[in-house]
Ligand binder design. Sequence first.
Ligand SMILES: C[S@@+](CC[C@H](N)C(=O)[O-])C[C@H]1O[C@@H](n2cnc3c(N)ncnc32)[C@H](O)[C@@H]1O
Length: 267
Amino acid sequence: MQKIPEEIYKRINNNLYDVEGDRWWSTDFSLNLLRTLYNPFRVGYAKKIIEHFIKIETGKIRVLEVGCGGGILSEEIAKLGFNITGIDPAISSLNAAIQHSKQANLDIKYEVASGENLPFPSGSFDVVLCCDVLEHVQDLPAVVSEISRILKNGGVFIYDTFNRTCMSKISAIKILQEWKRWAIMPPNLHVWEMFIKPSEMKALLKENNLKWKEHLGLKPDISYLRMLDILHQRAIGKLTYEEFGKKFLMVESSGTQIMYMGYAVKA
Ligand SMILES: C[S@@+](CC[C@H](N)C(=O)[O-])C[C@H]1O[C@@H](n2cnc3c(N)ncnc32)[C@H](O)[C@@H]1O
């Protein structure tokens, strides 16, 4: 895989995380859906994998979240007792994360940085989490190389991202962002050409001394017809984002056509 060409990268609205970064914890905000819909599954998945592979005292397990945004995932990892650091290039998102962790009395270290250039010595973390971020970066090979560098030997890299298929183009781009009847996400939140096929991810991991272990699919726990119905209700303002976020959960699926989650271990 190569760095994303400028003409494609300039289409993604990563500016959103600076312009609206103060809204992460507002319950009626699109990105807060990561907390209600995704956290229950991904936090449980991360916990299971960390506990299986890292056999040291919980409080000594050093976890880095790359692309932590407003700290929605980092806070849940901190609550499990792990020693967590979050980095993100968007300063206003990080400010929201810092402020919220203080209010919640959670000990989380936050730093401004991008995944392409991690400000940590080699071999300094036991675990790297990178959820809903890999499809946002311009230089994915550099990000995976940096993640591998800062992981200890035997450390674990846990990620989720979008697959680049016809199904993901229709669901994540057309329905969620473009077709007015259902679109509830900001335009250009995602750019389909930046989605990553599982085979591309596996090849990158291998090039970077990360032993790929598994990919599993993610899907809503309601039917796609029901989903279209509640998307429409949200799109026309009949449901708030908060009400929408209570209607279903993302759960494991055998199909990786739209979204997938997985992990690799540093050899
Ligand atoms: C959809 S949010 C995910 C936030 C968080 N990981 C979560 O799941 O709650 C994507 C995040 O990736 C960040 N991001 C964009 N480009 C990045 C890069 N090159 N390196 C690290 N983070 C990046 C954005 O600023 C944003 O906070």
